[in-house]
Design a protein. Structure first.
Length: 131
């Protein structure tokens, strides 16, 4: 019973993490110019290359997590991408006190928690499938 509960927990957790990246990856496709503008405003290097790469990693990585395919590689790629996004986009340390700084601090910390989940997922040696 406990092993089955563990299997279900991993399935649900992995799928939720996958959806967490798939949704924003697709949103970047449909709102490309706004995301490019945000990246340029935050001095992200090589925005014209970086944005399509982020989209590919988020969409493909999210799908791979959901489908339980190459989970370790997908989770690590998403981990690295999230850390880079945190550094460039959620750079709360450059902001003055106020609501915007609080919001970016919250996003930064939330992304660190997501990164923790990705590392835990990537560290599992064995991925079980229900059925």
């Amino acid at each position: 019973m406990i092993n089955k509960l563990d299997d279900i927990s991993i399935l649900v957790g992995r799928s939720l993490l996958g959806l967490y990246f798939l949704g924003p990856g697709l949103a970047k496709i449909f709102n490309y110019s706004n995301y490019a503008a945000v990246m340029e405003m935050n001095d992200v290097p090589l925005t014209l290359v970086a944005l399509p790469v982020v989209i590919l990693i988020q969409v493909i990585g999210g799908i791979m997590l959901i489908l339980n395919l190459n989970v370790k590689v997908s989770a690590l790629a998403l981990f690295i991408t999230t850390i880079v996004i945190n550094i460039y986009i959620h750079d709360f340390w450059t902001l003055t006190d106020g609501l915007n700084k609080a919001h970016e601090t919250q996003n930064f910390v939330k992304n660190l928690a997501i990164c923790a989940g990705l590392l835990v997922l990537a560290s599992r040696e064995k991925f079980v499938k229900l059925g």
